[in-house]
Design a protein around this ligand. Structure first.
Ligand code: NDP
Ligand code: MG
Length: 392
């Protein structure tokens, strides 16, 4: 007898990870079904996905989009139920509408639904790294208590997950080597970066991704967030995590063991591999991604990251070492700064400057509860916004 199909909730369905997840799901109609699709505000994009994937539920976060979603579903003759708002999403994620959740909302906005999936013991395909940076301990504790299986979708952490299959491997783990493409500005000096534009920053050489993570890759804040993410997922301190710039983006990360062995996972830079690992684990299923032709690629290079040109990576290591509310402050200030950069309100180098200024203004406090973390997040957002206004 074959197992019943996994019922998958895709949160952030209209985004880049959402599209990759739906592509993998559509390759396995017997085993996987998109039962809940959720987006932020783009009703038309969500309706198009509903027409294609026929979920039972569709959720638009922005309540102003509800009527258009409901009417659009009706006009298309779809039986998909329309919902709106965070609370509706939390209830669906916790219900038997799904057993698997792809958490791919961008930013801290994804925390509530990601936590709900962990608390409900779902299989959690976790792309929304900001929720781990903001509330990693709470999220990991909630998952452990409810027996939720977290499969990291961030390619580096998915690679490490594949290299650390069980507790025995964890016990012999010496350190983690996180690879970074270096982003579109690899090799530039700090002064070369003064006038770079949002268009240049989002033009990633290897990966096709949403605008926020693309800018994070250009500043290396993405790697900084990933260091904190790795700390929570795999229980290692910042001193045991090394970042290696690897411009070919074929080695997705490595783990070193106490016996001198180093294991790596390699593959083409396509997020469908990580998502297929998440859906199929511990089995392997087709992702649509071709295998790696190492002869065609020829070489694998590794370099040290330039912390002078890209101070965001240093700031993230410092926030991890400070602990408490510092990572939440780092993340919130960065979200505000990246958004302002994309709107051309600030320059590229103002991103690290604003994050550093906000971390200095709001020294780390103990992060004992979700409320204290959310409070730190809000205070950091206000501080960064005010600093942007003052700069202008
Ligand atoms: P995109 O910008 O492409 O998509 C973001 C998604 O989130 C959209 O579906 C958007 O909906 C939705 N969304 C935005 N705000 C809200 C909100 N307030 N409530 C509910 N939904 C919201 O981002 P990516 O797919 O690139 O990234 C998603 C997450 O995955 C990020 O955390 C990123 O760091 C992580 N990630 C992404 C990778 C990639 O390759 N893209 C790789 C590794 C990690 P709408 O379209 O309606 O605005
Ligand atoms: Mg990554």
């Amino acid at each position: 007898m074959t197992a019943p199909a996994r019922k998958v909730a895709v949160l952030g369905a209209t985004g880049s990870i959402g599209a990759s997840a739906l592509d993998v799901i559509a390759r396995h109609p017997e085993a996987l079904r998109a039962s809940v699709l959720a987006a932020g505000g783009r009703v038309d994009a969500l309706l198009a996905l509903c027409e294609r994937h026929r979920p039972e539920h569709a959720v638009i976060a922005d309540e102003r989009g509800f009527a258009a979603l409901r009417d659009g579903l009706r006009e298309r003759g779809l039986s998909t139920q329309a919902h709106c708002g965070d609370q509706a999403l939390v209830e669906l994620v916790g219900s038997d509408a799904c057993d698997t959740v792809v958490a791919a909302i961008v930013g801290a906005a994804g925390l509530t639904s990601t936590l709900a999936a962990a608390r409900a013991g779902k299989r959690l395909l976790l792309a929304n790294k900001e929720s781990l940076v903001l509330a990693g301990e709470l999220l990991m504790d909630a998952a452990a208590q409810a027996g939720a299986c977290i499969v990291p979708i961030d390619s580096e952490h998915n690679a490490i997950f594949q290299c650390l299959p069980d507790a025995h491997a964890h016990a012999g783990l010496k350190r983690i080597l996180l690879t970074a493409s270096g982003g579109p500005f690899r090799g530039r000096t700090r002064s070369d970066l003064t006038d770079v534009t949002p268009e240049q920053a989002v033009a990633h050489p290897k990966w096709s991704m949403g605008p926020k993570i693309s800018v994070d890759s250009a500043t290396l804040m993405n790697k900084g967030l990933e260091v904190i993410e790795a700390h929570h997922l795999f229980g290692v301190g910042g001193e045991r995590i090394q970042v290696l710039v690897h411009p070919q983006s074929l080695v997705h990360s490595l783990v070193e063991f106490v016996d001198g062995s180093t294991l790596a996972q390699l593959g083409l830079p396509d997020m469908r591999t990580a998502l297929a690992v998440g859906f199929g684990w511990p089995q392997r299923i087709d992702s649509g991604v071709a295998g790696l032709d190492l002869l065609a690629h020829g070489r694998l290079d590794f370099e040290r990251p330039d912390l002078d040109a890209f101070p965001c990576l240093r700031l993230a290591f410092e926030a991890l070492a400070a602990g408490g509310t510092a990572p939440a402050v780092l993340n919130a200030a960065n979200e505000v700064a990246v958004s302002a950069f994309l709107q051309r309100r600030i320059g590229f180098l103002a991103i690290p400057a604003l994050v550093e200024d906000t971390l200095a203004a709001l020294p780390s406090q103990p992060a004992s509860s979700l409320a204290s973390l959310r409070d730190a997040d809000q205070r950091a957002r206000r501080h960064a916004e005010q600093a942007i206004v003052q700069r202008a």
